[in-house]
Design a protein around this ligand. Structure first.
Ligand SMILES: Nc1ncnc2c1ncn2[C@@H]1O[C@H](COP(=O)(O)OP(=O)(O)OP(=O)(O)O)[C@@H](O)[C@H]1O
Ligand SMILES: [Mg+2]
Length: 259
């Protein structure tokens, strides 16, 4: 469904010390697959997500979705950015409704869906508040609701749970899988948490330090539905160990990835 072919990204003029963020990325993501991206800070994870989203165009190679070259953001893609990006003057509900509003589909059904998502995210009683009245983690939960409101077939999530406390983070991870089971979609999910990467993924893409390349792709052969109780499963441990050794390898400990 998502076909990334020889994609590379150089920021700034290559001849004048441009920054190479990505190099020779080849990745085919299947319909309804959950792929997680892990790798050290600055290896190009956010950049790769922005390429898939159509927010930026690759300086090399191509990104195709259902055979069509991605040139601009698509309505059928939901995005959760690394930092919450809510409109400060709009209410939480209006923020969550935003994708439906710009598509001219802010009807009663969309509003009901928005309210249901807020309930799932545990922030229903803040529907009429402004974002500044919410904590950082609550704002991020609202941003996740916004990405889901129009039921996109592709969901791109850039460390969506990074601002959440450990407990809420586990709850949201399980909730995301429940939403995926009810309405399967293709998910590309960036995380610094190795357990989160494994528990969510059909495949974990491990990236190497800048310039970002794919170091290895790991198949996670765990049954669904999953819970964090699977962390004791040998398959979980095999995957987590493999990711750890790829990231920490011979280069010493990298403090930006959680064990
Ligand atoms: N708009 C930009 N202009 C110039 N350089 C950029 C831009 N965006 C990213 N970069 C550079 O590209 C590289 C990859 O950045 P990116 O944000 O994709 O990394 P990341 O893997 O998401 O890191 P983190 O885990 O810290 O979020 C970095 O060296 C960064 O400085
Ligand atoms: Mg990033």
């Amino acid at each position: 469904m998502i076909d990334i072919s020889n994609a590379g990204q150089v920021f700034g003029p290559a001849h004048a010390g441009g920054v190479r963020a990505l190099d020779g990325i080849n990745l085919a993501i299947r319909d309804r697959e959950i792929v997680t991206l892990v790798g050290p800070s600055g290896c190009g994870k956010s950049t790769l997500l922005r390429l898939i989203s159509g927010l930026i165009a690759p300086t090399e190679g191509t990104i195709r979705i259902d055979g069509e070259k991605v040139v601009t953001p698509r309505q059928d893609t939901g995005i959760v950015f690394q930092a919450p990006t809510l409109l400060p003057w709009a209410t939480v509900l209006e923020n969550v409704m935003f994708p439906s509003t710009i598509m001219g589909r802010a009807d009663a059904a969309a509003q009901q869906r928005a309210r249901e998502l807020l309930k799932v995210a545990g922030i229903a009683e803040f529907a009429n508040h402004r974002p500044r009245q919410l904590s950082g983690g609550m704002q991020q939960r609202a941003a996740i609701c916004r990405a889901l409101v129009h039921n996109p077939s592709i969901l791109l999530m850039d460390e969506p749970f990074g601002a959440l406390d450990a407990l809420t983070r586990e709850v949201m991870t399980i909730e995301l899988m429940r939403i995926w089971t009810a309405a399967p979609k293709t998910i590309v999910f960036v995380t610094h948490s190795i357990p989160e990467a494994v528990i969510l993924a059909d495949r974990v893409v491990v990236m190497s330090p800048r310039p970002g390349r794919i170091a290895e792709i790991i198949d996670v052969n765990l049954p669904r539905p999953r819970t964090f109780a699977l962390a004791g499963d040998p398959e979980f441990q095999r995957c987590a160990e493999r990711i750890r050794s790829l990231i920490f390898g011979e280069q010493g400990v990298r403090f930006d990835v959680q064990h």
